[in-house]
Ligand binder design. Sequence first.
Ligand code: HEM
Ligand code: SF4
Length: 550
Amino acid sequence: MYAYSDFDESFVRDRVRQFRDQVARRIDGRLTEDEFKPLRLMNGLYLQLHAYMLRVAIPYGTLDARQMRQLAAISERWDRGYGHFTTRQNIQFNWPKLGDVPDMLDALADVGMHAIQTSGNCVRNVTSDHFAGAAADEIADPRPYAELLRQWSSDHPEFQYLPRKFKIAITGATADRAVTRAHDIGLRVVARDGAVGFQVSVGGGLGRTPMIGRIIRDFLPEADLVPYVEAVLGVYNQLGRRDNKYKARIKIAVHEMGLDTIRDLVEARFAETRSEFPGAEAALAEIRAAFRAPGFRAGGTAIPSGSPAFRAWADTNLAAHRRGDHAIVTVSLKTPGQQPGDASADQMRVIADLAETYGYDEIRISHRQNVILPHVRKDDLPAVFEALAAAGLAAANAGLISDIIACPGMDYCALATARSIPVAQEIAVLFETLDLAHEVGPLRLNVSGCINACGHHHVADIGILGLERAGAETYQITLGGDPTERIAIGERTGPGFAADEIVGAVERIVMAYLERRESRDETFADAYRRLGLAPFQEALYTEGSKEDAA
Ligand code: HEM
Ligand code: SF4
């Protein structure tokens, strides 16, 4: 586990001290809200519909039990006893009181956490594969690189006022579980001629103008990571549009100027500045030592047999570990009916206990808003399952239709044009009631409450976008989006659906898939690639099909 250096520690504490003073001045009126806003945003504090919201970074999605317990304690002491895990490996507290926030930040600093650069036009939390360090298909653990980038980007003097926010994701495996191509910079570890480096994409993003990142460098040697990323940022900082915030992301610069122009500018800057960097070897060696694999204990070669409930959970919520005697456990925060991505303080503590007892004190947060225990001995799986089940955390639905990503939408977010949480809840409950989720198999369904696309709807098999039309909520559907290495942006099916129609519409899509798939092995994504949009449009919009599914 990476531990803060003395420099990190004093930097974070200084920030809290500064912010405590700013909060005091806001509360006694010496600062207006307009003056205070940029200061609070620099510390991850947003103002939402009903209250402030504090967004805390979980770098590369990695936590230990002590940190998870502290998040639980913070949520109980200063919030409403729960936290919301987001698609960018952050946790959000939805109800803090302004005067309490400095104490919350101090409590975070006690366990090496903070909320810096979780907002604003800077380099945001660098996200990573949630199976990092454990996945069977991993070439190299991406987290040391992510940590290197965290150190480089934190308080970087040149990149605090970029044209717009900047998001970097990195994966070290052959499967892309970090949605790298939907990020401003996406990094994929690749091996070439025995050397490790990166395939670099640039200009990906979701939001109102979804774009897939373009490959700007096929192979970037490991040692050049920081100077090259800095060159990209430097070019973007100069060229990104500051006249229009909707056109300010690097994806627009790439689109408007062309990839070749951007590449030439980046390479020129890189060539010019590279010699100023000390090289990554020493820093990486030190960081890597903090990410050493735990001392694994032998753990049985097969998954133990157990109750039908255990088997159903094992079928969906386990993934292949690089050691045959271990498994990666997904702890679902998507029990049908619950708010996707929320965990109560008690649940956080259960997860922390399990991580300590059975998981070598390691926890990850996934961009699908679930929690991961990355290293569990196969022999221990039944005990882990029982403890999770007792805490309401054993929904057997990882990767299924009820494992829905949903942004806060109109229940919390000031920018929302529609509700997203209730839609997600209703869909999850429907498929639970129909007992169909396992029959349908892997299917990503994501919901966003406005065009900003925080709920990743563009890259879902079934994406739902909530909008407001003539004073009423309406939900547009996109199909065929894919967040993996096969990255695709979903296609719109046609006119949207009213709030009371959207769940039925999803049901018709799923029924159309079940009728048309070639076998149970053909996933929704594969069937969609074969069939295209037409049969689903027919199921959605042909009169009669609506009544069938009513
Ligand atoms: C206070 C609440 C929030 C506000 C005000 C907010 C605001 C925004 C805005 C304005 C964008 C569009 C950026 C652009 O296109 O340039 C965006 C994108 C995004 N947000 Fe949020 N967001 C909020 C909460 C969340 C939450 C809870 C999540 C995770 C569940 C999230 C994850 C993302 C992601 C993944 C994107 C799209 C990726 C991209 O930037 O291209 N946001 N957000
Ligand atoms: S997609 Fe829109 S409604 Fe949802 S969290 Fe983002 S800004 Fe808010």
